[in-house]
Design a protein around this ligand. Structure first.
Ligand SMILES: Cc1ncc(COP(=O)(O)O)c(C=O)c1O
Length: 410
Protein backbone atom coordinates (compact mmCIF):
# COMPACT_ATOMS: atom_id res chain seq x y z
CA UNK A 1 0.00 0.00 0.00
CA UNK A 2 1.17 3.53 -0.77
CA UNK A 3 2.68 5.32 2.21
CA UNK A 4 0.77 8.38 3.42
CA UNK A 5 2.79 11.59 3.36
CA UNK A 6 1.54 14.93 4.58
CA UNK A 7 3.67 16.43 1.81
CA UNK A 8 3.81 13.92 -1.08
CA UNK A 9 5.66 14.42 -4.36
CA UNK A 10 2.35 14.84 -6.12
CA UNK A 11 -1.19 15.31 -4.91
CA UNK A 12 -4.13 13.28 -6.00
CA UNK A 13 -4.06 14.38 -9.60
CA UNK A 14 -7.52 13.49 -10.84
CA UNK A 15 -10.51 15.71 -10.05
CA UNK A 16 -14.19 14.77 -9.85
CA UNK A 17 -14.71 16.60 -13.12
CA UNK A 18 -12.03 14.37 -14.72
CA UNK A 19 -13.77 11.29 -13.33
CA UNK A 20 -17.13 12.40 -14.70
CA UNK A 21 -15.67 13.02 -18.15
CA UNK A 22 -13.91 9.66 -18.13
CA UNK A 23 -17.14 7.93 -16.98
CA UNK A 24 -19.02 9.56 -19.82
CA UNK A 25 -16.56 8.03 -22.27
CA UNK A 26 -16.82 4.66 -20.56
CA UNK A 27 -20.61 4.76 -20.71
CA UNK A 28 -20.51 5.66 -24.41
CA UNK A 29 -18.64 2.34 -24.91
CA UNK A 30 -16.28 4.08 -27.35
CA UNK A 31 -13.33 3.85 -25.00
CA UNK A 32 -10.47 3.26 -27.43
CA UNK A 33 -8.73 6.00 -29.42
CA UNK A 34 -11.27 8.06 -31.35
CA UNK A 35 -12.75 11.54 -31.58
CA UNK A 36 -11.78 12.80 -28.13
CA UNK A 37 -8.16 11.86 -28.71
CA UNK A 38 -8.28 13.82 -31.94
CA UNK A 39 -9.88 16.80 -30.19
CA UNK A 40 -7.13 16.79 -27.56
CA UNK A 41 -4.43 16.58 -30.25
CA UNK A 42 -5.85 19.52 -32.21
CA UNK A 43 -6.26 21.65 -29.10
CA UNK A 44 -2.79 20.74 -27.84
CA UNK A 45 -1.02 21.53 -31.13
CA UNK A 46 -2.75 24.89 -31.37
CA UNK A 47 -1.99 26.00 -27.84
CA UNK A 48 1.63 24.78 -27.86
CA UNK A 49 2.31 26.27 -31.27
CA UNK A 50 3.13 23.14 -33.27
CA UNK A 51 1.59 22.16 -36.54
CA UNK A 52 0.91 18.53 -35.57
CA UNK A 53 0.36 16.64 -32.32
CA UNK A 54 -0.17 12.92 -31.91
CA UNK A 55 -1.29 11.40 -28.63
CA UNK A 56 0.24 8.13 -27.39
CA UNK A 57 -0.02 6.04 -24.24
CA UNK A 58 3.02 7.55 -22.46
CA UNK A 59 5.91 10.00 -22.73
CA UNK A 60 8.20 7.01 -23.21
CA UNK A 61 6.16 5.93 -26.23
CA UNK A 62 6.36 9.50 -27.55
CA UNK A 63 10.18 9.26 -27.41
CA UNK A 64 10.09 5.81 -29.01
CA UNK A 65 7.99 7.04 -31.94
CA UNK A 66 10.08 10.20 -32.35
CA UNK A 67 13.31 8.22 -32.68
CA UNK A 68 11.84 5.55 -34.94
CA UNK A 69 10.19 8.19 -37.11
CA UNK A 70 13.52 9.99 -37.53
CA UNK A 71 15.03 6.71 -38.73
CA UNK A 72 12.06 5.55 -40.77
CA UNK A 73 12.57 4.33 -44.33
CA UNK A 74 9.92 6.77 -45.57
CA UNK A 75 11.96 9.74 -44.30
CA UNK A 76 14.33 11.33 -46.78
CA UNK A 77 16.88 12.55 -44.24
CA UNK A 78 16.98 9.73 -41.75
CA UNK A 79 19.03 8.31 -38.93
CA UNK A 80 20.80 5.02 -39.50
CA UNK A 81 21.99 2.43 -36.99
CA UNK A 82 25.49 3.37 -35.84
CA UNK A 83 24.88 7.13 -36.03
CA UNK A 84 25.90 9.07 -32.94
CA UNK A 85 23.35 10.99 -30.90
CA UNK A 86 24.25 13.44 -28.12
CA UNK A 87 22.27 13.13 -24.90
CA UNK A 88 22.68 14.69 -21.43
CA UNK A 89 24.00 12.28 -18.80
CA UNK A 90 21.35 13.53 -16.38
CA UNK A 91 18.60 11.79 -18.29
CA UNK A 92 15.50 9.70 -17.97
CA UNK A 93 15.95 6.07 -19.08
CA UNK A 94 13.33 6.22 -21.79
CA UNK A 95 14.92 9.28 -23.35
CA UNK A 96 17.96 7.05 -23.84
CA UNK A 97 16.69 3.56 -24.60
CA UNK A 98 14.81 4.27 -27.84
CA UNK A 99 18.15 5.45 -29.26
CA UNK A 100 19.81 2.20 -28.24
CA UNK A 101 16.86 0.10 -29.37
CA UNK A 102 17.14 1.67 -32.83
CA UNK A 103 20.88 0.89 -32.92
CA UNK A 104 22.11 4.47 -32.49
CA UNK A 105 25.20 5.23 -30.42
CA UNK A 106 24.51 7.53 -27.45
CA UNK A 107 27.27 10.00 -26.66
CA UNK A 108 26.76 11.46 -23.21
CA UNK A 109 27.28 15.12 -22.47
CA UNK A 110 27.56 16.78 -19.04
CA UNK A 111 24.91 19.22 -17.90
CA UNK A 112 24.84 22.80 -16.77
CA UNK A 113 24.23 22.78 -13.00
CA UNK A 114 22.26 26.00 -13.16
CA UNK A 115 19.48 24.58 -15.33
CA UNK A 116 20.00 20.79 -15.05
CA UNK A 117 19.87 20.47 -18.85
CA UNK A 118 22.55 19.64 -21.42
CA UNK A 119 25.54 21.99 -21.32
CA UNK A 120 25.39 24.04 -24.51
CA UNK A 121 29.13 24.70 -24.12
CA UNK A 122 30.00 21.00 -24.03
CA UNK A 123 27.88 20.01 -27.02
CA UNK A 124 30.16 21.31 -29.74
CA UNK A 125 33.16 19.52 -28.25
CA UNK A 126 31.38 16.19 -28.68
CA UNK A 127 30.24 16.61 -32.27
CA UNK A 128 32.00 14.33 -34.75
CA UNK A 129 31.35 13.42 -38.37
CA UNK A 130 29.14 10.62 -37.08
CA UNK A 131 26.91 12.87 -34.96
CA UNK A 132 23.48 13.06 -36.54
CA UNK A 133 21.11 14.12 -33.76
CA UNK A 134 20.73 15.58 -30.26
CA UNK A 135 18.30 14.31 -27.65
CA UNK A 136 17.59 17.35 -25.48
CA UNK A 137 15.87 17.03 -22.13
CA UNK A 138 14.24 20.13 -20.70
CA UNK A 139 14.74 19.24 -17.05
CA UNK A 140 11.93 19.85 -14.55
CA UNK A 141 10.63 23.03 -16.21
CA UNK A 142 14.10 24.40 -17.12
CA UNK A 143 16.12 24.43 -20.31
CA UNK A 144 19.47 25.24 -21.87
CA UNK A 145 19.83 27.98 -24.47
CA UNK A 146 17.55 26.37 -27.01
CA UNK A 147 18.13 29.07 -29.63
CA UNK A 148 21.86 28.43 -29.44
CA UNK A 149 21.23 24.67 -29.77
CA UNK A 150 19.06 25.28 -32.83
CA UNK A 151 21.94 27.18 -34.42
CA UNK A 152 24.45 24.41 -33.60
CA UNK A 153 22.06 21.80 -34.98
CA UNK A 154 21.55 23.77 -38.19
CA UNK A 155 25.28 24.27 -38.67
CA UNK A 156 25.98 20.56 -38.18
CA UNK A 157 22.84 19.26 -39.91
CA UNK A 158 21.56 17.51 -36.78
CA UNK A 159 18.04 16.33 -36.03
CA UNK A 160 16.74 17.67 -32.69
CA UNK A 161 14.69 15.51 -30.37
CA UNK A 162 13.30 17.65 -27.59
CA UNK A 163 12.14 15.60 -24.64
CA UNK A 164 9.82 18.04 -22.94
CA UNK A 165 8.15 15.43 -20.74
CA UNK A 166 9.01 17.43 -17.61
CA UNK A 167 8.37 20.97 -18.88
CA UNK A 168 4.90 21.35 -20.37
CA UNK A 169 3.92 25.02 -20.13
CA UNK A 170 7.43 26.53 -19.78
CA UNK A 171 8.28 29.28 -22.25
CA UNK A 172 11.71 30.49 -23.33
CA UNK A 173 11.77 33.95 -24.91
CA UNK A 174 8.00 33.63 -25.22
CA UNK A 175 8.18 30.39 -27.20
CA UNK A 176 6.76 27.23 -25.65
CA UNK A 177 9.25 24.53 -24.73
CA UNK A 178 8.27 21.55 -26.82
CA UNK A 179 8.36 23.57 -30.04
CA UNK A 180 12.13 23.61 -30.50
CA UNK A 181 12.66 20.05 -31.74
CA UNK A 182 12.14 18.40 -35.09
CA UNK A 183 10.24 16.08 -32.77
CA UNK A 184 9.15 17.15 -29.29
CA UNK A 185 7.62 14.92 -26.65
CA UNK A 186 5.40 15.30 -23.59
CA UNK A 187 4.28 13.10 -20.70
CA UNK A 188 0.98 13.17 -18.83
CA UNK A 189 2.04 10.69 -16.18
CA UNK A 190 0.65 11.14 -12.70
CA UNK A 191 3.27 13.48 -11.24
CA UNK A 192 3.68 15.78 -14.25
CA UNK A 193 2.32 19.29 -14.97
CA UNK A 194 -0.96 17.74 -16.11
CA UNK A 195 -1.99 14.13 -15.94
CA UNK A 196 -4.17 11.70 -17.81
CA UNK A 197 -2.99 8.85 -15.56
CA UNK A 198 -0.79 7.53 -18.34
CA UNK A 199 -0.36 9.40 -21.61
CA UNK A 200 1.95 11.38 -23.83
CA UNK A 201 2.12 13.50 -26.96
CA UNK A 202 4.60 13.88 -29.78
CA UNK A 203 4.63 17.04 -31.85
CA UNK A 204 6.27 18.04 -35.11
CA UNK A 205 5.90 20.65 -37.84
CA UNK A 206 6.41 18.54 -40.89
CA UNK A 207 3.55 16.74 -42.61
CA UNK A 208 5.66 13.78 -43.76
CA UNK A 209 6.93 13.28 -40.20
CA UNK A 210 3.39 13.43 -38.86
CA UNK A 211 2.21 10.78 -41.28
CA UNK A 212 5.11 8.51 -40.31
CA UNK A 213 4.37 9.01 -36.60
CA UNK A 214 0.73 8.32 -37.29
CA UNK A 215 1.37 4.93 -38.85
CA UNK A 216 4.04 3.94 -36.31
CA UNK A 217 1.59 4.53 -33.45
CA UNK A 218 -0.77 1.86 -34.68
CA UNK A 219 0.67 -1.20 -36.45
CA UNK A 220 1.99 0.71 -39.46
CA UNK A 221 -1.67 1.13 -40.35
CA UNK A 222 -3.01 3.92 -42.51
CA UNK A 223 -6.70 3.49 -41.89
CA UNK A 224 -7.89 1.43 -39.02
CA UNK A 225 -9.98 2.20 -36.04
CA UNK A 226 -10.55 5.88 -36.49
CA UNK A 227 -12.38 7.84 -39.09
CA UNK A 228 -10.09 10.82 -39.19
CA UNK A 229 -6.92 9.33 -40.72
CA UNK A 230 -8.55 9.10 -44.11
CA UNK A 231 -7.46 12.62 -44.85
CA UNK A 232 -3.77 11.73 -44.70
CA UNK A 233 -2.33 12.53 -48.09
CA UNK A 234 -0.43 9.25 -48.15
CA UNK A 235 -3.71 7.38 -47.60
CA UNK A 236 -5.07 8.54 -50.95
CA UNK A 237 -1.78 7.70 -52.61
CA UNK A 238 -1.85 4.12 -51.33
CA UNK A 239 -5.50 3.52 -52.22
CA UNK A 240 -4.76 4.48 -55.82
CA UNK A 241 -1.60 2.42 -55.94
CA UNK A 242 -3.11 -0.71 -54.31
CA UNK A 243 -6.69 -0.86 -55.64
CA UNK A 244 -7.02 -4.55 -54.76
CA UNK A 245 -6.50 -3.92 -51.05
CA UNK A 246 -9.34 -3.27 -48.65
CA UNK A 247 -8.83 0.48 -48.13
CA UNK A 248 -9.52 0.08 -44.43
CA UNK A 249 -6.62 -2.32 -44.09
CA UNK A 250 -3.58 -0.75 -45.65
CA UNK A 251 -0.29 -1.29 -43.81
CA UNK A 252 2.19 1.09 -45.33
CA UNK A 253 4.89 1.06 -42.66
CA UNK A 254 6.35 -0.83 -39.73
CA UNK A 255 4.76 -0.05 -36.39
CA UNK A 256 3.95 -0.50 -32.74
CA UNK A 257 0.76 -0.27 -30.79
CA UNK A 258 1.18 2.72 -28.47
CA UNK A 259 -2.32 4.13 -28.87
CA UNK A 260 -3.93 6.08 -26.03
CA UNK A 261 -7.59 5.64 -25.12
CA UNK A 262 -10.39 8.16 -25.37
CA UNK A 263 -10.79 7.78 -21.60
CA UNK A 264 -7.29 9.10 -20.96
CA UNK A 265 -7.67 11.71 -23.71
CA UNK A 266 -10.82 13.06 -22.01
CA UNK A 267 -8.93 13.47 -18.73
CA UNK A 268 -5.85 14.88 -20.45
CA UNK A 269 -7.85 17.44 -22.43
CA UNK A 270 -9.70 18.61 -19.34
CA UNK A 271 -6.46 18.99 -17.40
CA UNK A 272 -4.72 20.70 -20.30
CA UNK A 273 -7.36 23.43 -20.23
CA UNK A 274 -6.25 24.13 -16.65
CA UNK A 275 -2.52 24.11 -17.31
CA UNK A 276 -2.10 27.86 -16.80
CA UNK A 277 -3.94 27.72 -13.50
CA UNK A 278 -1.82 24.77 -12.28
CA UNK A 279 1.34 26.55 -13.44
CA UNK A 280 0.45 29.68 -11.53
CA UNK A 281 -0.28 27.75 -8.30
CA UNK A 282 2.99 25.86 -8.56
CA UNK A 283 4.88 29.12 -9.07
CA UNK A 284 3.19 30.62 -6.03
CA UNK A 285 3.85 27.53 -3.91
CA UNK A 286 7.50 27.60 -4.92
CA UNK A 287 7.79 31.27 -3.89
CA UNK A 288 6.05 30.55 -0.60
CA UNK A 289 8.50 27.73 0.27
CA UNK A 290 11.58 29.72 -0.79
CA UNK A 291 10.45 32.87 1.05
CA UNK A 292 9.58 30.99 4.19
CA UNK A 293 12.95 29.22 4.30
CA UNK A 294 15.05 32.23 3.40
CA UNK A 295 13.31 34.54 5.84
CA UNK A 296 13.71 32.12 8.76
CA UNK A 297 16.07 33.13 11.53
CA UNK A 298 17.64 29.69 11.09
CA UNK A 299 18.41 30.24 7.40
CA UNK A 300 22.12 29.70 6.71
CA UNK A 301 22.07 28.95 2.99
CA UNK A 302 21.46 25.30 3.72
CA UNK A 303 19.93 24.89 0.25
CA UNK A 304 20.42 26.20 -3.23
CA UNK A 305 17.42 26.44 -5.52
CA UNK A 306 17.52 26.11 -9.29
CA UNK A 307 16.62 29.55 -10.64
CA UNK A 308 14.91 29.94 -14.00
CA UNK A 309 17.36 31.14 -16.64
CA UNK A 310 16.97 34.63 -18.08
CA UNK A 311 13.89 34.89 -20.33
CA UNK A 312 12.43 31.62 -19.06
CA UNK A 313 8.84 31.64 -17.87
CA UNK A 314 8.95 28.33 -15.98
CA UNK A 315 6.25 25.75 -15.51
CA UNK A 316 7.56 23.82 -12.52
CA UNK A 317 6.84 20.14 -12.12
CA UNK A 318 8.47 19.68 -8.71
CA UNK A 319 10.96 21.65 -6.62
CA UNK A 320 14.58 20.60 -7.27
CA UNK A 321 16.93 21.46 -4.41
CA UNK A 322 20.71 21.20 -3.94
CA UNK A 323 22.04 20.96 -0.39
CA UNK A 324 24.96 23.19 0.50
CA UNK A 325 28.33 21.40 0.07
CA UNK A 326 28.83 21.06 3.78
CA UNK A 327 25.72 18.86 4.09
CA UNK A 328 26.66 16.46 1.31
CA UNK A 329 27.52 13.68 3.74
CA UNK A 330 24.34 13.99 5.77
CA UNK A 331 21.99 14.24 2.79
CA UNK A 332 20.96 10.59 2.99
CA UNK A 333 20.24 10.82 6.71
CA UNK A 334 18.30 14.04 6.13
CA UNK A 335 16.15 12.54 3.37
CA UNK A 336 15.37 9.56 5.62
CA UNK A 337 14.38 12.02 8.31
CA UNK A 338 12.05 13.84 5.92
CA UNK A 339 10.54 10.55 4.78
CA UNK A 340 9.90 9.42 8.35
CA UNK A 341 8.25 12.74 9.08
CA UNK A 342 5.90 12.70 6.12
CA UNK A 343 7.79 14.49 3.34
CA UNK A 344 8.28 12.42 0.19
CA UNK A 345 11.47 13.04 -1.82
CA UNK A 346 13.19 11.57 -4.85
CA UNK A 347 16.43 12.06 -6.81
CA UNK A 348 16.68 14.68 -9.55
CA UNK A 349 15.52 12.81 -12.68
CA UNK A 350 17.33 9.45 -12.35
CA UNK A 351 20.60 10.92 -11.13
CA UNK A 352 23.76 10.86 -13.21
CA UNK A 353 22.91 7.93 -15.46
CA UNK A 354 26.50 6.61 -15.58
CA UNK A 355 25.93 5.32 -12.03
CA UNK A 356 23.08 3.04 -13.08
CA UNK A 357 23.62 -0.70 -13.60
CA UNK A 358 21.99 -0.60 -17.05
CA UNK A 359 24.63 1.93 -18.19
CA UNK A 360 27.31 -0.63 -17.47
CA UNK A 361 25.24 -3.51 -18.86
CA UNK A 362 25.23 -1.76 -22.24
CA UNK A 363 28.94 -0.91 -22.06
CA UNK A 364 28.59 2.88 -22.39
CA UNK A 365 31.49 3.34 -19.95
CA UNK A 366 33.82 1.86 -22.57
CA UNK A 367 33.62 4.88 -24.85
CA UNK A 368 32.30 7.71 -22.69
CA UNK A 369 34.24 9.82 -20.22
CA UNK A 370 34.36 8.44 -16.66
CA UNK A 371 33.22 11.41 -14.64
CA UNK A 372 30.54 13.95 -15.50
CA UNK A 373 31.40 16.56 -12.91
CA UNK A 374 28.24 18.65 -12.90
CA UNK A 375 25.83 15.78 -13.21
CA UNK A 376 27.62 13.95 -10.38
CA UNK A 377 27.43 17.10 -8.27
CA UNK A 378 23.67 17.23 -8.83
CA UNK A 379 23.32 13.56 -7.90
CA UNK A 380 25.39 14.00 -4.72
CA UNK A 381 23.75 17.22 -3.55
CA UNK A 382 20.33 17.15 -5.16
CA UNK A 383 16.86 15.96 -4.34
CA UNK A 384 13.32 16.89 -5.20
CA UNK A 385 10.16 17.65 -3.22
CA UNK A 386 6.66 18.15 -4.59
CA UNK A 387 5.06 21.32 -5.90
CA UNK A 388 1.33 20.94 -5.89
CA UNK A 389 -1.21 22.38 -8.26
CA UNK A 390 -3.39 23.71 -5.46
CA UNK A 391 -2.22 26.54 -3.26
CA UNK A 392 -0.45 25.31 -0.11
CA UNK A 393 -2.07 25.77 3.26
CA UNK A 394 -0.02 27.82 5.73
CA UNK A 395 -0.01 24.93 8.18
CA UNK A 396 1.54 22.61 5.57
CA UNK A 397 4.05 25.27 4.57
CA UNK A 398 5.17 25.86 8.16
CA UNK A 399 5.45 22.15 8.91
CA UNK A 400 7.44 21.47 5.74
CA UNK A 401 9.90 24.34 6.23
CA UNK A 402 10.48 23.51 9.87
CA UNK A 403 11.44 19.97 8.90
CA UNK A 404 13.67 21.18 6.06
CA UNK A 405 15.70 23.37 8.37
CA UNK A 406 16.42 20.38 10.59
CA UNK A 407 19.24 19.54 8.18
CA UNK A 408 21.34 21.66 10.51
CA UNK A 409 20.94 19.09 13.26
CA UNK A 410 21.83 15.99 11.24
C1 LIG B 1 12.53 13.44 -19.19
C2 LIG B 1 11.51 12.35 -19.25
N1 LIG B 1 11.31 11.72 -20.42
C3 LIG B 1 10.41 10.74 -20.55
C4 LIG B 1 9.64 10.33 -19.47
C5 LIG B 1 8.68 9.21 -19.66
O1 LIG B 1 7.34 9.58 -19.51
P1 LIG B 1 6.25 8.47 -19.13
O2 LIG B 1 6.39 8.21 -17.67
O3 LIG B 1 4.95 9.12 -19.48
O4 LIG B 1 6.53 7.27 -19.93
C6 LIG B 1 9.81 10.92 -18.24
C7 LIG B 1 9.02 10.47 -17.09
O5 LIG B 1 8.96 10.96 -16.03
C8 LIG B 1 10.78 11.96 -18.11
O6 LIG B 1 11.00 12.56 -16.94
Amino acid sequence: MKKKYFYPLSEDGITNEDINLASKVLKSKQITMSKITRKFEIHFAKKIGSRYALMVNSGSSANLLAVYAAGNLLRKKRLKPGDEVLIPILCWPTSLWPLVQFGLKPIFVDIDKTNLSISDNEIEKKITKKTKAIMLINALGNCCDLFKIKKIAKKNNLIIFEDNCESLGSKFKNKNLGTFGDFSTFSFFYSHQITSGEGGMVTCNNKEDYEILFTLRSHGWLGGLMSYPRNLSSYKKYINKYPKLDPRYIFSNSGFNVRPMDITAAIGLNQFKKLDQFKSSRNKNRSKILNKLISSKNWKNQFKFIQPRKNLDPSWMVLPILVNKKYKNVKKKFLNYLDKNGVETRPIISGSFNNQPSYKLYGFQKYNQKVFKNSQYVQDHGFVIGLHKHLMKTKTLNRLCKLMLKIEEM
